[in-house]
Write a protein that binds this ligand. Structure first.
Ligand code: FNR
Length: 347
């Protein structure tokens, strides 16, 4: 264990898997760690739901499961593998209330290393509930959530938040300063404004001013697609390549090819097979594996703009009813080009 504070150890100069709803469950997080990510975020889970979860130690898988008792069958809502994730896992919360955020954070605090407040989600559900990007316009509320989390959680749990850019650099810097003063020990910045489409490249030029405004680790997020982009973003931000202080966070790049965390990439078909193996070993529900594989194919198609037939591959994955089906479908697919090999059959 290093002497650095928990937040420094998790974030400063580190490369991370971004929070991703549905995709960022245990198998993708383990895959990212396998390929060299330093820190991984859970998908965003809403505080009121998290507060209802019960902790179960799963002796068969060696995981800690947080289950929701809904109907006859309890649903595993969050699963962590302490043997691989201890010291590297940030749990992201959606919240609009200090009391609810603290109640939720306490449920998982013993099993995670950081609690992150989502301040960037633009979905209607979040905005209507005063969560996600609504907090960008209600910085007093955001600050009160952060300070409650910092006050109530043990010091070993880092408290951070993930924001978007505001309309100008000065406003973003002022927001970051306010959140840090409230107790945020790291701030991730998705370098787009709330209404900027994902196809617009993230604005890396904003990073330098934000990074130098505060002492806590700052994390840059947006348009990191390849391993080489990590160094390019550091250079754009004026960060050191040998002793980096800027954290870097990757979302779609890790779906396109999760092996981008290391210098020598593996082909996507192999990456997908490793992902499926982790799903099988971790008894991941098929719907989740299916969704993530579909996103891998779709994000590749979007990135290359090649229209190579991703929709047919996605349809084929959609039809799978078991892990066996899914493994077969993936292995028979020409995922390099995102086009199925069995064209006529699946048409
Ligand atoms: C996201 N993003 C996101 N952000 C967040 O704070 N919490 C979340 O749960 C999610 N969920 C999510 C799901 C999926 C499928 C995608 C693609 C994105 C946003 C994400 O973390 C990141 O900020 C953006 O995707 C920009 O980074 P990239 O994709 O340019 O690396």
């Amino acid at each position: 264990m290093s002497d650095a504070s928990p937040a420094e150890a998790l974030f400063r100069g580190k490369v991370m898997l971004a929070p991703m709803v549905r995709a960022g469950t245990l198998p993708l997080r383990l895959l990212a760690l396998h390929y060299g990510a330093d820190t991984v975020y859970s998908e965003e889970l809403i505080d009121l739901k998290v507060a209802k979860l019960s902790r179960v130690e799963n002796g068969v898988l060696g995981t800690v499961d947080f289950v929701l008792a809904s109907g006859a069958q309890p649903v595993v809502t969050f699963r962590t593998d302490p043997s691989k994730e201890r010291g590297r896992l940030v749990f992201q919360l959606g919240s609009a209330s200090p009391a609810s955020a603290v109640a939720a954070a306490r449920v998982v605090a013993d099993d995670v290393d950081g609690i992150d407040l989502n301040m960037g989600c633009p979905k209607r559900f979040s905005l209507q509930g005063g969560m996600g990007a609504a907090l960008l316009k209600d910085s007093d509320r955001a600050a009160s959530i952060i300070s409650a989390l910092r006050r109530e959680l043990p010091a070993r749990v880092a408290v951070s938040c993930k924001i978007r850019l505001l309309e100008d650099t000065a406003s973003t810097v002022a927001l970051v300063r306010k959140l840090v003063a409230a107790g945020a020990q790291a701030v991730a910045v998705h370098l787009r404004q709330v209404d900027t489409e994902y196809k617009v490249p993230a604005d890396w030029t904003q990073m330098r001013a934000i990074m130098t405004a505060v002492d806590v680790p700052i994390i840059a997020n947006g348009s990191i697609f390849e391993h080489a982009d990590l160094a390019k973003l550091r250079l754009a931000a004026g960060d050191s390549l040998t002793e980096p202080r800027l954290g870097l966070m990757v979302a779609r790049g890790a779906l396109i090819n999760c092996s981008m965390f290391r210098a020598e990439q593996e082909p996507l078909d192999l990456v997908g097979r490793r992902y499926l193996r982790l799903c099988a070993l971790g008894a991941n529900v098929i719907q989740n594996a299916k969704y993530t594989l579909q996103r891998m194919v779709q994000e590749n198609d979007a990135r290359t703009a090649a229209a190579l037939g991703a929709h047919r591959s996605v349809q084929r994955l959609c039809q799978c009813k078991s892990m066996r089906d899914l493994v077969l479908a993936w292995c028979l697919m020409d995922v390099h080009g995102c086009a199925p090999l069995y064209g006529a059959e699946s048409a």
